[in-house]
Design a protein around this ligand. Structure first.
Ligand SMILES: C[S@@+](CC[C@H](N)C(=O)[O-])C[C@H]1O[C@@H](n2cnc3c(N)ncnc32)[C@H](O)[C@@H]1O
Length: 299
């Protein structure tokens, strides 16, 4: 082996150094994820094959991805996949990249639905989700629970195409577990009839105030779809809509489970006081202690 050879170990170390200067958040991980993607192997194999040289095609494909990452493109858009909960989901530039933050909403929803199932033995739980993106939330629920009937809506036809492929990938979480998941193109809940008689409404809606979007990290503001981020002038557009509309769609004692921005608890509490029919909101922190979830129950 000559010193000039670009082995896996050498190219990873070079890329890590480059990303440390230009994209310092997780330079080693990013370098490994992109190289594993190019070589079509698990990340661990990079260590087992550390001395293996890359051929010209592999180097050129890797170089292209390094440039895009250096310009700010999120890793998940380059590899087309993101791990979420126990799943590996397809993502595209039409979908938000599912966040670890949203696992707090999934955890909370699993707890609330299990409690509901204890109180309603043998019944199918009726759920609607607003803004499904990749279908991360409903698929994660189906991975942990049974007897769910979920309708998930999104206004983006392109996002729903990706969601449909994720459903296809995870068919084993549906019929065999007595779960059903329907995807529907819909502006807000316009496609859902009050006859849906829901037990739960779940949503991780867009909640960034419009004027704050240009100030977000470049990975987010220049690459992720603004329809997935923009919560209107005060960031509360979707919460206002849900506090008003959900009572017409939910059964008595039905619940609304929402992800919220880490700094939105006070605003949400104040907004909720403008709407009748709800018990006081409860808030759930994530592992770092930031409030990320709000739950409300109809009186
Ligand atoms: C914050 S993303 C959440 C995506 C996914 N649920 C997740 O947690 O990763 C919000 C989603 O709401 C969708 N959305 C935005 N405006 C909408 C509207 N008026 N009606 C339905 N969906 C909408 C976006 O397309 C996006 O997929």
């Amino acid at each position: 082996m000559t010193i000039e050879q670009w082995t896996i170990e050498r190219i990873l170390s070079w890329t890590q150094g480059h990303f440390e200067k230009v994209r310092p958040d997780s330079p080693r991980l990013d370098a490994e994820l992109l190289l594993a993607f190019v070589l079509k192997c698990p990340r661990l194999d990079l260590y087992l094959r550390a001395d293996q040289p890359l051929n010209e095609d592999e180097r050129s494909a890797y170089r292209e991805l390094i440039q895009q990452r250096a310009a700010g493109c999120p890793i998940a858009y380059l590899t087309g996949e993101k791990d979420f909960w126990s799943l590996t989901l397809e993502v595209s530039k039409a979908t938000l990249i599912p966040r670890p933050d949203t696992e707090t909403l999934v955890e909370t929803a699993v707890e609330h639905i299990l409690k509901w199932q204890e109180d309603h033995p043998g019944q199918t739980c009726q759920i609607a989700e607003l803004g499904t993106g990749t279908a991360a939330i409903p698929l994660a629920l189906c991975a942990d629970l049974q007897n769910l009937n979920i309708i998930s809506v999104d206004c983006s036809a392109d996002a729903l195409t990706v969601a449909a492929r994720n459903l296809e990938r995870y068919q084993s979480l549906l019929t065999p577990r007595n779960n059903s998941l329907e995807l529907q193109e819909s502006d807000f809940f316009s496609a859902i009839s009050p006859a849906a008689n829901l037990d739960f409404i779940i949503s991780n809606p867009p909640y960034i105030p419009t004027d704050n979007i240009p100030g977000l990290q470049i990975d987010v503001c220049e690459y992720e779809p603004h329809t997935a981020l923009d919560g209107g002038a005060d960031g509360l557009l979707f919460y206002r809509y849900l506090f008003k509309t959900a009572p017409q769609l939910l059964k008595n004692s039905g619940e609304l489970l929402l992800e919220i921005g880490f700094d939105q608890q006070t605003k949400i509490t104040s907004l909720q006081s403008e709407f009748q029919g709800w018990a006081p909101a409860e808030f759930v922190p994530d592992l770092q202690g930031h409030i990320r979830v709000c739950t409300l129950q109809l009186l």
